[in-house]
Design a protein around this ligand. Structure first.
Ligand code: PLP
Length: 481
């Protein structure tokens, strides 16, 4: 397929009978239909040499398409050529970017590449305290220093909320060596900041803005969802397509905006260094397929239904006594498909375990306060009805909770006291000591549990008593000697 044969979104909409293209999927189909004699990796050779129970479990077809780039006219990832290059171009068009990179190892790889390519030692980076740990890995690689900004707190829910443009502007005014503003939007629980104002501020100071929109990859595909940062002036945006977009686990995208201060070539070089040299075609095809699906009429209808289902669930939840859901409030919006709930008398962790043990329902995550429910493209209306029925039953039952006695916390809500640079502390001489003896010492490790991958402790941060409720599962900590 030539470059000129790629259709724009508009063309696809005008001629709706045109099948949305998915070049990697097509190329893989072709390679399965016309197999070659294989004398190359992967050595299981289309599943012929693999543990039979595993083969039965995942099926012969999956093993047939488990291949890597360069072979069977599938193209290459670095540089992006052939069907892989075409698929990335189609993704860039679909998301409104100038360039899109497919990511293996998730948005984690994208964040690390941003750190490597867009920041350097001696520079400052304005970054939110509730960023994903992979952004910190990026900064540890480059040696740039974070200026931590704390979002507003939503105290009733014990979560971080939105970021204020004024706070970012204040730091830009006070520091003349800021290389990047790097923020997370939405938060894990779906709180949405005013990215338009933030990007305006960044443009005023000529500093690039990267938005980790890992949890917002559907936004460009439905008007009832928040606006993507790619349309609001960000220079680069990350999307974990595997989280909510319908691709396979680990597959994500990094988009460079149309008018970007970020050097796409530098990002590509970093990705080449960070990525595996044997990219899974199955994962790459799943990104291609997820994008095609979201652009297709059936995918659009599915997303529309998902939003209706989310609204239905929210309505049902509103009627349950003692149950509360996080909603948009002054200063911030929310994503309708992410529903953070809490129930009077039960901690989030207790509610999670009741749902799991008594009702066979698994939720996205739970904190000491609440439970996060994701309304997915794949959920049916009957799933939502069942969930609402179960929550109703729980609210009317006599479930008890002693969890609060444990004094455990799960959503890191700490403002760091920095004593040493990230990188210096990470590479410093260290020792492992009992947690009880660690108060007053400087952390040498990054402690961040997943989900949500938000740091409890950063290398270089002073360990205080406030950290202890988050560290119940740790007996020892690594500290600077
Ligand atoms: C805000 C944010 N950024 C990045 C990541 C990393 O994404 P991935 O799992 O795709 O590597 C996560 C994962 O939870 C996240 O929450």
């Amino acid at each position: 397929m030539s470059r000129t044969s790629i259709k724009t979104n508009k063309e696809l909409k005008i001629n709706e009978v045109v099948k949305v293209k998915a070049p990697i999927v097509e190329a893989l189909k072709n390679s399965v239909e016309y197999p070659s004699y294989q004398f190359h990796i992967p050595g299981h050779t289309k599943g012929r040499a693999i543990f039979s129970d595993f083969k039965k479990l995942i099926g012969e077809k999956a093993l047939n398409v488990d291949t890597t780039d360069e072979f069977d006219n599938l193209g290459t990832l670095h540089p992006a050529t052939g069907p892989i290059g075409e698929a990335q171009e189609l993704a860039a068009q679909a998301f409104g970017a100038s360039k899109t990179f497919f990511l293996l190892n998730g948005s984690t790889a994208g964040n690390m590449a941003i750190g490597m390519a867009c920041t350097k030692a001696g520079q400052k980076v304005i970054i939110n305290r509730n960023c994903h740990r992979s952004a910190l890995t990026g900064l540890m690689i480059s040696g740039a220093e974070p200026i931590w900004i704390c979002p507003n707190r939503i105290e009733d829910w014990s979560i971080w909320g939105n970021l204020d443009a004024q706070v970012i502007e204040k730091h830009l005014q006070e520091n003349n060596n800021v290389g990047l503003v790097w923020i997370t939007n939405p938060t894990y629980e779906g709180v949405v900041s005013d990215i338009k104002s933030i990007s305006k501020v960044c443009k005023k100071y000529g500093v690039p803005l990267v938005v980790d929109e890992a949890h917002g990859c559907l936004w460009n595909f439905n008007k009832h969802l928040p606006e993507t940062a790619l349309k609001l002036g960000a220079d680069a945006v990350l999307h974990s397509l595997h989280k909510t977009g319908g691709s396979m686990s680990q597959s994500s995208m990094l988009h460079i905006a149309k008018e970007s201060l970020i050097n796409a070539d530098a990002v590509e070089k970093a990705l080449k260094m960070l990525h595996t040299t044997s990219p899974s075609l199955m994962l790459l095809a799943s990104l291609d397929a997820a994008r095609a699906n979201l652009q297709s009429r059936s995918g659009q209808a599915l997303l529309e239904r998902t939003i209706e289902n989310a609204k239905y669930l929210r309505k049902r939840l509103d009627k349950i006594e003692g149950l509360h859901q996080l909603k948009a409030d002054f200063g911030y919006k929310t994503d309708v498909t992410k529903i953070f709930i809490k129930m009077d008398g039960l901690s989030g962790k207790r509610l999670e375990s009741i749902l799991e043990i008594d009702f066979n329902i698994e939720v996205e995550s739970a904190s000491d306060i609440g439970v996060l429910l994701l309304c997915n493209l794949g959920n049916k209306r009957s799933d939502f009805a069942y969930l609402a029925d179960c929550l109703e039953k729980i609210s009317k039952s006599e479930y008890k909770d002693i969890y609060y006695l444990e004094k455990r916390k799960h959503m890191p809500m700490l403002e760091p006291i920095i004593r040493m640079s990230l990188r210096e502390a990470y590479y410093a001489e260290k020792e492992v000591i009992a947690k009880e003896n660690a108060i007053g010492r400087i952390s040498a490790e990054l402690v961040a549990e997943c989900p949500p991958g938000i740091s409890i402790l950063l290398p270089g941060e002073l360990i205080t008593e406030a950290h202890l409720p988050y560290l119940n599962d740790y007996k020892t900590l690594e500290v600077v000697k």
